[in-house]
Design a protein around this ligand. Structure first.
Ligand SMILES: NC(=O)c1ccc[n+]([C@@H]2O[C@H](COP(=O)([O-])OP(=O)(O)OC[C@H]3O[C@@H](n4cnc5c(N)ncnc54)[C@H](OP(=O)(O)O)[C@@H]3O)[C@@H](O)[C@H]2O)c1
Length: 313
């Protein structure tokens, strides 16, 4: 067997450029595992890359297989791999510079993967890596969020936000969350302490003196976020790099996070999942053949949790 089913783009543009077709099987490096993909999640970065918005930042060759969240079964290990064996069920946020997971098979560096949390099926497992690593690397690594601190989480019902709320609660923080009315019930269920319907109130009118702002939106939301921080607080963004001079003028700190693959962090995240302390929220599950519809939902900007593609059983 030298080919597999995959969804690729041959040019940048709209969802009509996503084509399900035969593609070569991935090349396996000595430190890679080959995963038979059971499920792949869709993230906003997928359609941003498809549209060509990240061409100056990432260095992709076309045709390109999109999708950087995967759950599936290890079917082959490179010569240097000792951490996994064929038959292991794993999940990963693979290297975004390589072909992705909208395919029957994907090659992933072994250190970027972890054993799938035992309590999750592959659909739910695929929903975890990219969004949860992003929340972890923003709140734990960059902001070093501590028990007793207060964090304002924007777009808290989204893929990243819904995991950020739960991670912050698991660390003992107080969570203020923004979303529209339809999602406030979910956020209460996830443990948020204070809710702001951003369609009815301006958050800066009702929030002040927070330790951390998690900015998942950027632009005007970021501009309005500086004033709610306490002195020496931190704004961490995953949307737009915050200008350092603005942070200085408000007497606060800032950071920009671009999520990196990390198998060890996925192992720690899997432990929290198996302990029942955090869980992925699924917006919808679609077959791989409906990937264009999945992109349309994501691009609409109002998904509640994750959109997942079912690739195989
Ligand atoms: N730098 C990185 O490494 C990195 C990693 C992951 C994601 N990102 C970026 O971070 C952003 C969020 O990602 P995601 O996966 O969480 O997106 P997502 O799942 O598509 O987010 C959708 C959510 O955004 C909410 N929302 C939209 N406008 C809002 C507003 N003005 N205020 C509050 N909530 C609002 C929606 O809630 P309602 O329906 O209630 O409006 C919806 O629940 C995207 O731009 C993505 O590209 C960056």
């Amino acid at each position: 067997m030298t080919t597999m089913k995959a969804v690729r783009i041959h040019a940048y543009g709209g969802p009509e450029l996503l084509h399900e077709e035969e593609a070569p099987l991935p090349h396996l490096n000595p430190d890679d595992i080959l995963i038979r993909v059971r499920a792949a999640a869709v993230n906003p970065v997928d359609w941003k890359i498809r549209e060509g918005y990240l061409q100056g930042f990432l260095h992709h060759q076309l045709p390109l297989i999109l999708g950087w969240d995967v759950a599936g079964e290890v079917v082959e290990c490179g010569d240097q791999v000792t951490a996994f064996k064929s038959g292991d069920e794993v999940y990963a946020r693979p290297n975004i510079e390589r072909d992705g997971s909208y395919a029957e098979y994907i090659a992933v560096k072994a250190s970027d993967a972890a054993l799938k949390p035992a309590s999750l099926d592959p659909i739910h497992a695929a929903a975890v890596p990219l969004a949860t690593l992003t929340a972890w690397q923003a709140l734990v690594d960059a902001a070093q969020l501590q028990a007793g601190q207060t964090v304002l989480i924007h777009a808290a019902a989204g893929g990243v936000g819904s995991m950020a709320v739960q991670l912050a609660k698991a660390r003992g923080a107080r969570v203020i969350a923004t979303a529209s009315a339809v999602n406030l019930g979910l956020l209460t269920e996830l443990g948020a302490d204070q809710l702001i319907d951003y369609t009815k109130a301006r958050f800066e009118d009702v929030v002040s003196q927070v330790d951390v702002v998690f900015d998942t939106i950027g632009d005007d939301t970021q501009d309005r976020s500086w004033s709610v921080l306490k002195p020496d607080g931190m704004l961490v963004s995953i949307a737009n790099p915050p200008p350092a001079e603005t942070a200085v003028s408000f007497g606060v700190r800032s950071a920009f996070v671009f999520v990196q693959p990390n198998g060890s962090q996925l192992t720690a995240i899997g432990r929290l999942i198996d302990e029942g302390r955090i869980k992925p929220i699924i917006h919808s599950v679609l077959p791989l053949s409906e990937v264009r519809q999945a992109h349309a939902i994501s691009q609409g900007g109002h998904a509640r949790g994750k959109i997942v593609l079912r690739v195989a059983n």
